[in-house]
Design a protein around this ligand. Sequence first.
Ligand SMILES: Cc1cc2nc3c(=O)[nH]c(=O)nc-3n(C[C@H](O)[C@H](O)[C@H](O)COP(=O)(O)OP(=O)(O)OC[C@H]3O[C@@H](n4cnc5c(N)ncnc54)[C@H](O)[C@@H]3O)c2cc1C
Length: 366
Amino acid sequence: MPEKVVIVGSGPAGWSAAIYAARANLDPVVVEGTIRTDVQMIPLGQLAFTTEVENYPGFPFGNIRAFVESAVDKDRHYNLPPIPDHPKEKRKRNSLDQIAPHYAVQGIELMELMKQQAINFETRIISDDVVDVDISSDVKKVMLRNGDPIEAHTIIIATGARANWLGLESEEKYKNKGVSACAVCDGALPVFYGKPLAVVGGGDSAVEEACYLANLKGAKKVYMIVRRDEFRASKIMADRAINHPKIEILWNSVVEEVVGDEETDLVSGLKLKSTKDNSISDLEVGGMFVAIGHTPNTDFLSGKLEMNDKGYLMWKVPFRTNTSADGVYAAGDVADDYYRQAITSAGTGCMAALDVERYLVDQGIE
Ligand SMILES: Cc1cc2nc3c(=O)[nH]c(=O)nc-3n(C[C@H](O)[C@H](O)[C@H](O)COP(=O)(O)OP(=O)(O)OC[C@H]3O[C@@H](n4cnc5c(N)ncnc54)[C@H](O)[C@@H]3O)c2cc1C
């Protein structure tokens, strides 16, 4: 018997789709992916790479670990990261006495909670990657890396996207210590408050990131590091950066090294190389935001589903998650190169499950 729905991917979109599908008695199977160092992908999705998540609704600062440990199966507690140790003055986000440990939910904690919620409604999980799909007929085939096929009436693709990085060793070292790929996610974290910051990139999204940071409360100065002597961004966006009083553009520059402070172990500056004469200069900043694009995880769907010019899946019906193939739906960052947030991914995961449910009813599949 074909499965009613197979969900590919284990980020916020995948687990939200699973929770909704499971509660609608669709007996979902989630193929959660594996650790793939070649493409920087891990089960639980992009949030598993980050520390505190301050903007996911429902998780204000608090004694999060106690809740997580009470909710998540004991045999996965080993996966929980250390509790952040904020200086007391930085912890104050409400009027309660600060009972340590007191912090915002961490990426892995949030994702383990989502996974648990899906498990609690009897979602089945396969720890493998999908390497191919055959969506040419009503009953579709999902091929796993281990060679096993799964037949299914519907598929939800929730494979996300991955940030492109510069590829420097020092960049890797200071990720979550002042290096980020998402201003909206991380810009308001205390570690960046009141410090000069750098945004690397010259496209529309780099300008958006720079303006976002420059407009934050406490913003001091934002440097844009641009490889060429002009923006790739559209004129209207470029003008926005050029005319912003807190943004300074450093043309013909690339980052050679991220420099850290030995005492705090946080980013304290960058070594920049001129693309004109190779000269090196120092820039004092407290954070570097890399904005050189994302790569959607759609390789295995090439030629099978309609994608935009950047390889993102296209939603073919307004306000629905339908892809170009009947019975195949897309949720989360894999179909969204604009918002790219955990909450929007969870939202479209829910939508995809509801779309699947209605499709199955229409097809008379129980
Ligand atoms: C460092 C960092 C910090 C962030 N901070 C925040 C934040 O504070 N707040 C916020 O809202 N957003 C944040 N984001 C963005 C947020 O993480 C993403 O928007 C969100 O995770 C997207 O969810 P998703 O479910 O679409 O996909 P993802 O989270 O990308 O998950 C996709 C999953 O699919 C799996 N997968 C991929 N291909 C396959 C395959 N072929 N077979 C099986 N599995 C596959 C991957 O391994 C991965 O586990 C951050 C992102 C990063 C990188």
